[in-house]
Design a protein. Structure first.
Length: 175
């Protein structure tokens, strides 16, 4: 959702379109495969060429970004129950068994990771971070689009950004 919003607002997404739309994400993934191997890559110079573009990265990869570049991170927060439900459904659709007894362990690990990464981000002089609540974007897309535009210091098309938010795609809502 966020990548689609940024694109609608006028920021080019850095994507290779390898991972195409599917039942789990009918509007596509907006990913670039090479980001997944960032922690193991020796040559990360391709990131400097991405200046001014939007790159989707999971929080686990943020510490692998080169420290000689400046970053503006839009950190999407979503309730852990929603994340676990979404992951479970995706695994099931792909024929991979899930074990709900592991949910509490995963929740605990992820909570620890989030506390760690958010603390780390707060100490990095080359990172500016905007915390965004996923349900808040769905509920008030124009308000959040304006926050994003202001945070990025760009004159984005906030109306277009808000118009691409689709409530129907928020399928794993917390009770």
């Amino acid at each position: 959702m966020m990548m689609k919003m940024l694109e609608a607002g006028g920021i080019e997404p850095l994507t290779d379109r390898v991972r195409t739309a599917d039942e789990d994400n009918p509007l596509g993934y907006y990913e670039i495969e090479r980001i997944k191997g960032l922690a193991k890559q020796e040559d990360r110079s391709w990131l400097a060429d991405a200046r001014g573009k939007a790159i989707k990265a999971i929080s686990y990869l943020l510490k692998s970004l080169p420290s000689n570049l400046d970053y503006r991170v839009i950190f999407m927060n979503r309730h852990l129950d929603e994340i676990l439900a979404s992951q479970s459904k995706m695994l099931e659709r792909n024929g991979r068994p899930t074990d709900s007894s592991q949910d509490q362990k995963m929740r605990t690990l992820y909570q620890k990771h989030l506390a760690d990464i958010k603390g780390w981000l707060g100490e990095q002089p080359n990172f500016r971070v905007l915390q965004i609540e996923y349900p808040g974007v769905v509920a008030s897309p124009l308000v959040e689009a304006r926050r994003i535009s202001q945070f990025l210091g760009l004159s984005l098309d906030t109306g277009a950004m808000a118009s691409v938010v689709e409530d129907r795609l928020y399928r794993n809502r917390r009770g």
